[in-house]
Design a protein around this ligand. Structure first.
Ligand SMILES: C[S@@+](CC[C@H](N)C(=O)[O-])C[C@H]1O[C@@H](n2cnc3c(N)ncnc32)[C@H](O)[C@@H]1O
Length: 273
């Protein structure tokens, strides 16, 4: 994919505007959000440390972290997301320093942050060299001993989420053979107009990219487990006991090697030694 096509596909997807409430609107989004928060908290230094949220989108995580007392620097390549993050931070009454920026070449100085969130760029950058570059940039701005959290999309998410859960064969039968191709390592194409596109990783690939960037992988976990596949997940979100069971199930299988790719996301924690 050329850089122009990449930018156009990224813009088309994000102009649908679904990112703004993706993490709170549905059970699947909330499962991703709740689990990502707990995974990140395991390795974060205490506030007030400085955290860079690179590919921070509309700022959901940036605002959460600022609310916990962290100093948060937000960067995103899509200007609309930067505007949304600024507006949401102002509405929440927290300080987030947000600006347009590319994960591959950041405007932040060497060793000036205590942790980096890369929850987006590793699956939106089609070329491995660019993904490693983004991870190297994260390492560059990080103080020694700090963590980089990198989220990726699972190699099998298209089949499990789009095909099995969302029944994409009904609205777009042409997407079905593409899913076989994705599992053979092809880039995940937009399966409908303005659809999500990106890279679908196998667990070993994630480890390889972190290592190539000079980061030591301290942890690699499956975010959602199988809970996002439940047809009644939105209802379960409304009941405390039901929701706890969904979260506990995700925790119980998060490092089972055979199940690392069963959720739609994995998060790798890489340390700058
Ligand atoms: C699916 S959104 C996730 C947003 C947020 N981190 C979250 O987890 O909710 C992916 C984000 O990565 C951003 N992104 C993609 N490639 C990027 C790059 N090279 N540099 C900075 N941001 C990038 C997109 O614009 C988008 O806001």
């Amino acid at each position: 994919m050329t850089a122009d096509l990449e930018r156009a596909a990224l813009r088309a997807y994000h102009e649908r505007g679904e990112e703004a409430d993706r993490l709170t609107r549905t059970g699947a989004g909330r499962l991703e959000f709740d689990r990502t928060q707990e995974i990140v908290l395991r390795h974060l230094p205490p506030p007030p440390a400085t955290i860079a949220d690179v590919g921070g989108g509309p700022g959901r995580y940036a605002i959460w972290l600022a609310g916990l007392g962290y100093r948060v620097v937000h960067r995103d390549i899509v200007p609309m997301h930067v505007d949304q993050a600024r507006a949401a931070a102002a509405a929440a009454g927290v300080a987030v320093e947000a600006a347009v920026g590319d994960a591959r070449s950041l405007d932040l100085d060497d060793q000036t942050v205590d942790a980096v969130l890369l929850l987006g760029p590793p699956y939106h950058l089609p070329l491995r060299a660019d993904r490693v570059r983004a991870l190297r940039e994260a390492r560059r701005i990080l103080r020694p001993g700090g963590p980089v959290f990198g989220a990726v999309i699972s190699r099998w998410a298209a089949r499990l989420d789009e095909l099995l859960r969302k029944r994409i064969y009904a609205s777009n039968p042409a997407a079905v053979p593409m899913i076989d191709e994705v599992e053979r390592g092809r880039l995940l194409p937009a399966l409908g107009p303005g659809g999500f596109f990106g890279v679908a990783h196998r667990p070993a690939q994630v480890r390889g990219e972190f290592t190539a960037a000079g980061l030591t992988v301290a942890d690699l976990v499956c975010v959602e487990g199988a809970g996002y596949l439940l047809g009644d997940l939105d209802d379960r979100m409304a009941d405390q006991r039901d929701w706890r069971v969904v979260l506990d199930a995700a925790r119980a299988v998060e490092r089972v090697p055979e199940l690392l790719g069963i959720g739609s996301h994995l998060i790798a924690t890489g340390m700058r030694r």
